[in-house]
Design a protein around this ligand. Sequence first.
Ligand code: PBG
Length: 328
Amino acid sequence: MAFPATRLRRLRSSPGLRGMVRETRLDPSCFIYPLFVVSGRGVADPIPSLPGLCHWSVDRVVGEAEEALSLGIPAVLLFGIPEQKDELGSEAYSDEGVVQQAVRALKQRLPELIVITDVCLCEYTSHGHCGVVVNRQVDNDRTLELLVRTALSHARAGADLVAPSDMMDGRVAAIRAALDEEGYAGVGILSYAAKYASSFYGPFREAAFSAPAFGDRRGYQMDPANAREALREVILDVEEGADIVMVKPALAYLDVIHRVREAVHLPVAAYNVSGEYSMVKAAAARGWVDERQVTLEILTSIRRAGADLIITYHAKDAARWLRQGDTR
Ligand code: PBG
């Protein structure tokens, strides 16, 4: 039946009707809030490249996580910025590292908070690459050993999920085997399964002081032109024992999120990365876009593409706006 019997505008005529037939819902329960932890005490330093976010010392990060939790955000994703960086990123797998201390503090004070840890070496290495550099190349298998040590130290500290973001081959299997062997069968793996060599990570690298000192990450992160390869990455991670698979970044890769959603039955996460966030902030600061509406539209689009979970720096703002009531 076509026009005039069919009129799609009928169901758009009031907020009540639009709300009833809305296909995609956004709720803080699908948000994961990233936090940057630094050493020291009493530190809450604003991050210039990520307006609205701070570097937190361990004693201060608890309050920030508590606020997120009180807004209905169930989970945080921790990144550490160490005091000292070295060739082998040794602070990444030290039991006294900032992330390990933060996990212990968060789980002690907020036991119901889901604590996820980023497992990677790039914030910890002096050269800024995600692994062990041999002849100016990142050596896959030597890196695996260090990633395993990092994941184990996070599990010992009490992390609920570890999230490897390095893109080495075989890391999920290696981490799963080590966790099981050491008595951490209950700790899950959220794998950055399809992580692209993207220029949208710029503000994060500024925040984490982790831009590579030479070369780039194209030898291990994926080519933005490839989508079928993303499915190979995802399927391998599922076979290796991932509990949740992630696509990163989100906005320029909505098609990839959609394909992954169709291909697997695991929960799918999408990382609404730093560049995506800071572009909205910068445009909103100039009055060029309405920050609230644009943010909610972006987050809805990521859910519509098929993501169950969204890692986003907008989490607290979006949770507040959703609490005030969606005005669409
Ligand atoms: C670590 C890591 C990065 C991000 C998350 N984990 C940086 C990178 O790969 O260079 C980027 C997150 C963001 O841009 O928000 N490997």
